[in-house]
Design a protein. Sequence first.
Length: 206
Amino acid sequence: TLLFGTGSVGKSMLTVDMAARLSVGERWGDGASGSRGRSLMITAEDDPAEEDLPRLRAAGAGLNAVDFLQTVQSLDKNGKRVDRGFTLKDLPQLEDAMKREAYQLIVVDPWGAFLNGTDSHVDAEIRQILSPVSNLAAKYMTAVVFVAHINKGGKGLRAAQRVMGSVGLSNACRAAYLVTEDGKDLERRLMLPTKLNVAKHSGGLA
């Protein structure tokens, strides 16, 4: 699933809300019944304790059900194990984490921070990195949510064409939602579906 929109519109807060509801089995925002599960947050924040954890606490999350993945171990040129930043190419390490904890939700926020040199504007390269992630999600029955910004495209473009980088991201996702301000109420946010391959279009949420 893809959540996209301008900066500071609340995309990350929405993923925090998802993880919080899942951690305690709370009902979802549309009223659907919830079930308790674990989440893995892959974020570009320097220190989750400064921003992500306070948000989760404020949302009423059970913190024991939310984990963070920022670094992985690899071998340097001397054969020594070193820690480095996680990328979407580190699928063995990601699968190891999924085997250990059986996550129901994985959030990648923002997805562009974890491409490790992949050109986000080249459709073929994006599909090469997303297809294995999709296969992992299907194998472990895990929902993966990517967060992305929008580009500076002008009038005449459909919402799905405003996703930063290649259209490969929105094409690969089975569902995509635009998160935006309500033009008549700047304190209100709208979550509007722009693509639903596996569900019926039934409007958005406010």
